[in-house]
Design a protein around this ligand. Structure first.
Ligand SMILES: NC(=O)c1ccc[n+]([C@@H]2O[C@H](COP(=O)([O-])OP(=O)(O)OC[C@H]3O[C@@H](n4cnc5c(N)ncnc54)[C@H](O)[C@@H]3O)[C@@H](O)[C@H]2O)c1
Length: 345
């Protein structure tokens, strides 16, 4: 007994009327309206089957209102209810196919958020989408963070696909390493464009959308321990990572009255999956320290108080916390995730 699209849209409207905090969306599959997907109101999952005049099943912390099936069949099919701290939220992540950005985007998704993975790497975006295989809560968009039109188009894609934006994580970054006297101007400018202009464009677009939506939001900017304590032969990285911290503090001040929180994470050295730590970069680090490339990771791990290698998952856990309501009174902060290496805050 298929329900026509107009009826699905009427269902959405009815849900929004009864639960103003919810967000209901018609899902199109194969050109047909197939389901209504409800994000946001956790208590809705408990009461909706009694309120709405349609059968419902619970799916990954969201409700999908089925277009067919008897209530008995649907009750029998009802899976275990899994709700993460970010269920019903929509996140946009930059630099989301490699290293820390991929870890953060996956972490937000695992915590229940709908996530738009954005990056310039078209092939890796397709690979990530295929690996995660969750067409309900995962989408991708090719975005160059240095281009205003590209960033605006990326946020438009998030709004078209998920209907809102609640969270952003800025992760796209580069770290050209040269001694000051040899530092090429074009590399310095590129680092500024990606690390500073890119974060600025994401923050500005998100702020515009979040202010218009009127229900707050959370921004997490990946800075670095190098934003707090400089590293050698890293002029552009030191400057831009410090700039991100202060840009975030200013945004926290400016956007607080709109319920928008802005925080930074300052990771220590994270090797797993990182293209910054490519063989060339490791060779330069080895040269700087007078060790072999194979000794680089143990060397940096040995600098930490915990003597522990930091993984993308450690950064993802911090990002999920800062994005979640558990951090509701935290804004303008820098969370240092470095296993104990720098002591400046
Ligand atoms: N790896 C570390 O040790 C470490 C430590 C502290 C902070 N960080 C920060 O974490 C972030 C990610 O670092 P990573 O080591 O995972 O790097 P990475 O090189 O593995 O990932 C960076 C991603 O950004 C994307 N990107 C580059 N230019 C872009 C552009 N113009 N538009 C859109 N996307 C673009 C790349 O395609 C890539 O997917 C950076 O901001 C970095 O400063 C990394």
């Amino acid at each position: 007994m298929p329900i026509a699209s107009a009826e699905l849209r009427a269902t959405c409207a009815a849900i929004q009327r009864v639960f103003p905090g919810a967000f209901a969306q018609v899902i199109e599959e194969g050109g047909h309206a197939a389901d209504v997907l409800v994000h946001s109101a956790h208590d809705l999952a408990l009461v909706l089957p009694n309120h709405a005049q349609v059968p419902a099943i619970i799916h990954c912390g969201e409700l999908r209102l089925r277009t067919a099936g008897t209530p008995e069949e649907l009750v029998a099919a009802q899976p275990a209810r899994t709700i993460g701290v970010l269920s019903g939220r929509v996140a946009v992540v930059s630099g989301a196919v490699s290293g820390l950005g991929l870890g953060v985007a996956r972490g937000l998704h695992a915590a229940g958020a709908c996530v738009l993975f954005t990056d310039v790497d078209v092939a890796e975006l397709a690979a990530v989408e295929a690996t995660l295989a969750d067409p309900v809560r995962v989408a991708t968009a090719v975005v160059d963070v240095t281009r205003e039109d590209s960033v605006i188009a990326g946020f438009d894609a998030a709004l078209r696909r998920f209907g809102r934006v609640d969270l952003i994580a800025c992760c796209a970054g580069v770290a050209p390493a040269y001694d000051l006297v040899d530092f090429p101007l074009d590399k310095f400018r590129l680092a500024n464009e990606i690390n500073l202009t890119g974060y600025f464009l994401y923050g500005r677009e998100a702020a515009r959308i979040m202010k218009a939506q009127g229900h707050g939001g959370s921004m997490v900017l990946l800075s670095s321990k190098s934003g707090l304590e400089p590293s050698k032969a890293n002029t552009a990285y030191n400057a831009t990572k410090a700039g991100e911290l202060h840009m975030a503090r200013g945004w926290a001040l400016e956007l607080g009255r709109d319920g928008i929180r802005v925080n930074c994470i300052a990771p220590g050295n994270v090797f797993e999956g990182s293209k910054i730590w490519n063989p060339d970069y490791i060779a330069k680090a080895a040269q700087k320290k007078g060790i072999t490339p194979a000794e680089v990771i143990p060397f940096y791990v040995g600098l930490t108080a915990l003597n522990r290698e930091i993984k993308p998952q450690d950064i993802a856990d911090a990002a999920v916390f800062l994005a979640s309501d558990q951090a509701r009174c935290i804004t303008g902060q820098v969370l240092v995730v470095d296993a104990g290496q720098v002591w400046t805050r």
